[in-house]
Every structure is written in C-alpha cells, then in structure tokens.
Ligand binder design. Structure first.
Ligand SMILES: Nc1ncnc2c1ncn2[C@@H]1O[C@H](COP(=O)(O)OP(=O)(O)OP(=O)(O)O)[C@@H](O)[C@H]1O
Ligand SMILES: [Mg+2]
Length: 441
C-alpha cells in the first residue's frame, strides 16, 4: 500500500524523531493539526496494536476533539477500512487491536490518570492552555517504553506551562523535537484562510502577530485574566477530594458600591457553592450572613476584606466568637508563591494566585457577570517590576463595574489554609478510641 502522505516540509523533523516529546507550535492555519493527524494515522497503520490518546484541556463532547479530523484524514489517505470509528464508545479502532481514544484532561485526577499508562502516544491538541498540574500528572503516567507525548499549540503567554517546557526549559532540550510552523509553511492553505489573514494584517499589528505569526499575546491590552482562561474554568466539571480546604472569602461593599459577596471554595471547586450576593446590606446584615455560612459549612478559613466598612463585619463576627481573618488589599504581598509573579500588594498577590488556580484546573460557575468581573481589571508593573492590579476606584472611573464577585473569590486565596477535614477525621477516630470509664488509652 502506498499512502499519499504530504506533510508540509516544516514538520519533517517530527516524523523522523524518536524523542519523547514532539511539539509543533505557531500561528493559525500552519497545518499543525493536520500534520499530527496524518502522522498518527500512519503510525497506527504501520505499527499494528498501537494505542494513542488525543487529549485536550476540556472535552465536553467528541465534537471538540480531533476525532473528526482523524476520520477524515484516514479517508483522505484511502485507508478508511482500516480505521474504524466507534463514535458511541468515543474511540477509533485501528489495525491489530489498536485504539485511538479521546479525552479531556478535566476527566482525570491523580487516581484515574493511571488508566493512561498503557498508551504509546498522547497527543495534546491546543495545549497552550494546559495547566501545570495536569501536565505534571501526565508526564510520568505515560511510561511505556518508547511512548511519546505530542503537543500542538498556538502560543498564548510566555508563562504558559507547555511553552516553558517545549521552548524554554533547558532540562527538556534533549528530550524534545520542536518545530515552529506558520502560515507560510503550509502550501495547502486555502483562499479562505488567506483572506482571513489579509483582513487581520490590515488591523492591529500585535494582534496579527499573535494570531498568524505565533507571537505571544499582545501585552498592550493589559488585561490580567484573559477571557479564554475564564471560559475554560467555567466549562470544567468540579471534583473535590476529602483533603481539600474549604475557604470562605468575603468582599464587603465599598466606594459607594452596594454589593457584598460571600463565596465558599473547596479546593478546585468554586462552582458547587454559588457566590452569595447581598445588595444594600449593612455590616450587621453581612456579618450575620457570614456567621450563618460558617455554621453551615464549617470552613477551614474565613477571609474578610478589612478595608472600608469591612472592619465592622470582622469586629461583629469576632464579638460573636467567630474566628475570621481580616485582609488588607493594600497590605504587603507577604509570600513568594511558585508560578506567581512578584506582586505589589496583597490584592495583586491574591489575584495572581487565583489566576494560577484558574490555569491549573479551578472550576467556576458559568455566569456572564463573573466573566466580566474576572476579566475586568487591568494590570501594570510598578517601579520594582511588581504586578499591580487596577484599583476598584480606578475601574469605576473607567466606567467598569467593581469586580466584587471576583474579589470575593480572590480572598479565598489570601493565605494558605490547612484543611481541617483531615484533622477532624483524626479527632473522630480519637473519640472512637475513648472509653467512658478508661478514657483514651
Ligand atoms: N497536508 C495537507 N494537505 C492538504 N491540505 C492541508 C494539509 N495540511 C493542512 N492543510 C490545509 O490547511 C488548513 C490548516 O491546517 P491546520 O488546521 O492543520 O492548521 P493549524 O496550524 O492546526 O491551524 P490552527 O492554528 O487554526 O489550529 C487545513 O484546514 C487544510 O485545509
Ligand atoms: Mg489546529
């Protein structure tokens, strides 16, 4: 059988490489996805029994995967009879009992990721948004001799974990084969794509360079949290584990704004407990609701914005015997967190921590208001090159509403919290061991 395989020249190194990591990055329409699809089909035809998995961050349905692309690629290469899609099982059967599976990384956790051990190839498509956590989980899991991990992506931020791993981190230099591909490397791109490119070329240059030439996202629009990141976090399904911390964040109305927000987050899950939004409530009413939530949820930590009238809420809670922690937005950023840039103040630090959390699998409710909140604040660098998040009062001046919901969520990251659930379990066990006459022995 002679296959008519014509990958653009630029991808040749990937076809020859035996290295563990293969990566194609670059701008739109460069043939990255088509090339990997062809390579995967060819390998499955020439190596019977091969098993591959096609991954992406989030996959809600098969339509979001490269399933269709692979089926069409097989048809184009004239091998449709050897490649048998079984849509209902979300797999493609290939020669010699081989298989190609399709999953979102959001479906895996530390336990069930082990089911990936037997795969020979994992192809992570659109990997720019891959979180550090899922990447770190995947790497040691794919451990079959000769197994490979493929990445395709259009660069987004310099700090994106896949970009660091495939283009920056020298430790991976001998383990990876990386090609850059852009529109001019793809001789097959059609007139529609060219028309799109020319339209963008006539517009904003930084944007053009990002979309078509594989440049990082323009820093000119200094939006701290991008819309893509927020929408991914909204699409994820929450799962929490027994050892996950439960934290309450409380943003108290200020600057003439009348919304106070109380929000509970358990580990990666900020979706199950929806934010409680109180309009026009005074400090006593907010405090009462906070205490009711503490009674209901028994959180491991409670962080309340102490600026403005927030002090009143804190005082009231304490007076009633509740243990809460006040957080000063303008206070010092008091710790260095891995992956989080240098921050000007506490609020910037909380927002930066929240952004990392969103990147690494955080789940939030699907709400347009929340999206506006999270993507609203701009950021800048101060003289010490530390990140500063736009103040609420400045946002008001710009006509953007104050991000109260996002601030409440950010407050849940004010300080690290030790989950009490583990402690509680130990206490419960100690109780069981306790004898009414002999006491604990
Ligand atoms: N080997 C090929 N033979 C014929 N046409 C091709 C080939 N490779 C790519 N093309 C054409 O180029 C188009 C863009 O390719 P592809 O979707 O793989 O690019 P990409 O780099 O993944 O783009 P994006 O960044 O938008 O995901 C395809 O829709 C197809 O029309
Ligand atoms: Mg693509």
């Amino acid at each position: 059988m002679i296959l008519d395989v014509r990958p653009p020249k630029v991808f040749a190194p990937l076809w020859k490489s035996k290295r563990r990591y293969l990566c194609a990055w670059g701008g739109r329409g460069s043939g990255k996805s088509w090339d990997r699809a062809m390579h995967m089909i060819v390998r499955h035809l020439t190596e019977p029994g091969l098993s591959s998995i096609c991954l992406r961050d989030v996959q809600k349905s098969l339509d979001q995967s490269v399933f269709k692309l692979l089926v069409e690629t097989a048809a184009r290469l004239g091998v449709a009879e050897a490649i048998r899609p079984v849509e209902s099982d979300r797999i493609i059967r290939t020669p010699g009992n081989g298989i190609i599976a399709f999953n979102g990384m959001n479906e895996f956790n530390a336990e069930n990721i082990k089911s990936l051990e037997g795969f020979d190839i994992a192809w992570w498509e659109e990997a720019a948004t891959a979180g550090q956590g899922p990447l770190d989980m995947l790497r040691p899991t794919l451990r079959k001799p000769g197994s490979q991990i493929w990445f395709t992506y259009n660069p987004r931020l310099r700090s994106d974990p896949v970009d660091v791993m495939m283009r920056q981190d020298a430790r991976f230099a001998d383990s990876r084969t990386v090609v850059e591909a852009n529109w001019r490397d793809n001789p097959f791109r059609g007139p529609e794509l060219e028309e799109e490119r020319l339209l963008d070329l006539a517009g904003d240059e930084a944007r053009y360079r990002h979309i078509w030439e594989g440049d990082y996202e323009a820093e000119s629009d200094m939006q701290f949290i991008g819309g893509g990141l927020v929408r991914e976090a909204m699409a994820r399904q929450p799962f929490s584990q027994i050892g996950d911390e439960l934290v309450l964040g409380v943003d108290v109305a200020r600057f003439g704004d009348d919304r106070s927000v109380i929000w509970a987050r358990r580990g990666r899950d900020a979706q199950t407990e929806l934010p409680i939004i109180m309009k026009g409530a005074d400090t006593m009413a907010v405090a009462a609701r906070v205490m009711a939530e503490i009674d209901r949820l028994h959180p491991d930590g409670v962080f309340i914005d102490e600026g403005g009238v927030g002090g009143g809420v804190i005082d009231r809670c304490r007076q009633m015997g509740y243990s809460v922690v006040g957080v000063n937005f303008g206070g010092k950023a008091d710790r260095a967190i891995e992956g989080v840039p240098k921050c000007r103040n506490k609020r910037a630090q909380m927002w930066a921590t929240m952004r990392e959390w969103l990147r690494s699998g955080g789940c939030i409710p699907d709400s347009r208001d929340l999206e506006m909140d999270l993507t609203g604040p701009l950021y800048s660098f101060d003289v010490n090159n530390a990140i500063e998040i736009e103040k609420k009062s400045d946002m008001k001046k710009r006509g953007v509403s104050s991000p109260d919901e996002a601030d409440a969520l950010a407050l849940t990251f004010a300080y690290p919290v030790v989950p009490r659930s583990i402690q509680r379990q130990q206490e419960a066990r100690a109780q069981e061991d306790w004898h009414p006459v002999w006491g604990s022995q």
